[in-house]
Design a protein around this ligand. Structure first.
Ligand code: IPE
Ligand code: IPE
Ligand code: MG
Length: 251
């Protein structure tokens, strides 16, 4: 049975979103507000991430997707990019064993080509070590851009057609979905963005078609279990109609 077949977990009378995606934004502004270097905001952001993964597991969320580095973030100063890459390396080295012990499966979406070989190796190691875990799936969007992901899918579908394995008329919505980076995962029920910005910044554009969006003023380093629960309560007030006339649960 794939994850897509599981009904969303019920908590009391309310439905806990099965898949929550988070745009972890506001590290730099958190630091600036305290007169600290942006790097300190990123370091505190990693602590917020640890809290969030723990809380998500306890709440009964099955999939958490985090936007950790966008395809467009390469336009930042080299020093900040170096800092962010260092944090990713340290996060995998220090936290992987603990995540594995708690039954977290780590998956990565985004472009792998062109990454530093040591980072590419760490990503594979994280996925390999945890591939049989099923308490919580942590999807890390790294070097990720949604338009790039859709373009990659289009290139692969075009190759199938060119090689005669598929006809243009075979290309349905499900076909496109099948060629995305994590085709077996259900779409996010809820997307949270911290820091007060109200945009998707090239995150999960295909998968967010019917996601509920919650924008919080909190800067990411201040995010905690209470903030996550607040966003879930907001989600629970929403009526998801998927174009129809009656409310439905989950995708
Ligand atoms: C989010 O915080 C982390 C990444 C984008 C990697 P920012 O670094 O974007 O912080 P702000 O938005 O400048 O405050
Ligand atoms: C989105 O945040 C990317 C991540 C959180 C990793 P940005 O800070 O890069 O987005 P913009 O530039 O404000 O849209
Ligand atoms: Mg930002």
């Amino acid at each position: 049975m794939s994850e897509a077949d599981n009904p969303p977990a019920a908590s009391g009378t309310f439905t806990v979103p099965r898949h929550v995606a988070i745009i972890m934004d506001g590290n730099g502004r958190w630091a600036a507000a305290r007169g600290l270097p942006r790097a300190e905001g990123h370091r505190r952001g990693v602590e917020a991430l640890r809290r969030t993964i723990r809380a998500a597991g306890e709440i009964g969320i099955k999939i958490v997707t985090i936007f950790s580095f966008s395809a467009e973030n390469w336009s930042r100063p080299a020093s900040e990019i170096g800092e962010l890459m260092g944090l990713l390396r340290r996060f995998i080295r220090n936290d992987l064993a603990e995540l594995h012990k708690s039954g977290v499966r780590v998956r990565i979406i985004g472009e792998r080509e062109g990454l530093d070989p040591d980072i590419a190796r760490l990503l594979v190691e994280a996925e390999e070590l945890t591939k049989d875990n099923d308490n919580l799936t942590l999807v890390v969007a790294f070097n990720y851009g949604a338009r790039q992901e859709i373009a990659r899918a289009a290139r692969r579908i075009a190759a199938e057609v060119a090689e005669g394995r598929m006809k243009p008329s075979d290309v349905a919505l499900e076909t496109v979905a099948r060629f995305l980076d994590a085709p077996d995962l259900p779409d996010p029920d809820l997307i949270i963005r911290t820091s007060g910005e109200q945009r998707l910044s090239n995150f999960l554009l295909w998968q967010s078609a019917y996601s509920e969006l919650v924008f919080l003023p909190t800067y990411w380093p201040d995010f905690d279990r209470a903030a996550l629960e607040g966003a879930i309560r907001e989600y629970q007030q929403r009526e998801r109609r998927f174009g129809g006339l009656v409310a439905k649960t989950g995708s």
